[in-house]
Design a protein around this ligand. Structure first.
Ligand code: AMP
Length: 204
């Protein structure tokens, strides 16, 4: 069995994750996965330039899940995505890759749906929050402590989020996550706005 996932096993992912990858039939890591997984596993900040279809979601989801403690019932990883569709897609990916991690819960937080159930899932200890920036900031206005336990923050499609006018919301989120939060930024393009965000908020 480990032969089938040899490429992934060599990257240092946990057994639970490797088992889930075997179940979905991934055989070899894609180039962005090969490069990003060890860096995120080691706890570093990182910037990845990657288009949709390159396997970028797994490039951050797999190492983050390997680093999350499901026994701790509090939000640990926050992924920001520009649209409800992408947020749902990323949340589904996290669910797929965490099938062998009992107690691991994922909540998708986006506009156009009632806030109550989203907040309840966060308070009940969902370890992974996948959110659109606008709705997440609405939650922050109601409860500024909502992100106080976050340890990992990912901006997915950062260029799209800036294009859609989420710059201020991103700033608000950066301000509310703990100082030592690991940050990863993925973007298809690297316009000046994205570089500015990276320079301002990323240590490495
Ligand atoms: P993404 O770029 O994250 O939107 O992923 C594109 C598609 O590739 C998704 O349907 C993933 O399920 C799939 N995928 C991601 N990584 C791998 C892999 N290493 N092997 C096979 N399929 C993959």
């Amino acid at each position: 069995m480990t032969q089938e996932i040899g490429g992934f096993a060599a990257l240092g992912l946990t057994q639970n994750i490797l088992a889930a990858l075997t179940a979905v039939g991934y055989e070899e890591p894609s180039p962005i996965q090969q490069q990003a997984i060890p860096v995120i596993l080691a706890g570093h900040d990182m910037i990845g330039q990657a288009q949709t279809g390159t396997g970028k979601t797994a490039a951050f989801a797999l190492p983050l899940l390997s680093r999350i403690d499901p026994a701790k019932r509090e939000p640990q990883a926050l992924i920001l995505a520009p649209t409800r569709e992408l947020a749902l897609q990323v949340a589904t990916a996290f669910e797929t890759y965490s099938k062998q991690m009992p107690g691991l819960n994922v909540v998708a937080v986006y506009g156009g749906a009632p806030m109550g159930p989203q907040l309840k899932a966060i308070r009940q200890g969902a370890q992974v929050i996948v959110a659109t920036p606008g709705r997440l900031v609405d939650h922050l206005r109601r409860d500024e402590k909502v992100l106080s336990t976050i340890q990992h923050l990912v901006l997915d499609e950062a260029d799209e989020m800036l294009k859609m006018g989420f710059a201020d919301d991103l700033e608000a989120v950066f301000e509310e996550v703990p100082e030592q939060t690991q940050k990863a930024l993925f973007s298809a393009t690297m316009p000046p706005g994205v570089r500015t965000v990276a320079r301002k908020h990323m240590k490495e």
